[in-house]
Design a protein. Structure first.
Length: 128
């Protein structure tokens, strides 16, 4: 199966040896996104809600570059440095997703790149 690298300027550029996403057939593997503003590559200013929204916006931009949308996400992984923010993730996620919701995991971690409080990655399946 041939792999296709997905890239967009509407999401933060990769900070290292990885791609924003890789497509294999109808499946697209989206790399983790933290709340970086694509134009500045700096962390978004604001509270935790602003950080969560920036991450969803970044994931959305990569999904669109692959020919899909957030609605095509089959699996979403959420990494939080404080699981106390999980209810807020659910609240914000309701603004970005409708049923049927993707499968999901939420994991508490000690730290994330650039001292981010949240990171998310996803697996997207294109419907053709």
């Amino acid at each position: 199966m041939q792999r296709k690298v997905i890239h967009t300027d509407r999401a933060p550029q990769a900070i290292g040896t990885y791609s924003q996403a890789v497509q294999c057939g109808d499946t697209v593997y989206l790399s983790g996104q933290i709340p970086l503003v694509p134009d500045t590559m700096e962390m978004v200013e604001g509270n935790m809600e602003a950080q969560i929204r920036r991450v969803f916006d970044n994931l959305s931009a990569v999904a669109e570059a692959a020919g899909g949308t957030l609605a095509d996400i089959a699996k979403l992984n959420i990494f939080l440095t404080d699981l106390g923010h999980f209810p807020l993730v659910n609240q914000v996620m309701a603004d970005y997703f409708q049923e049927p919701y993707p499968a999901r995991a939420a994991v508490g971690v000690a730290s994330l790149p650039k001292d981010a409080a949240v990171e998310m990655d996803a697996i997207l399946v294109l419907n053709g």
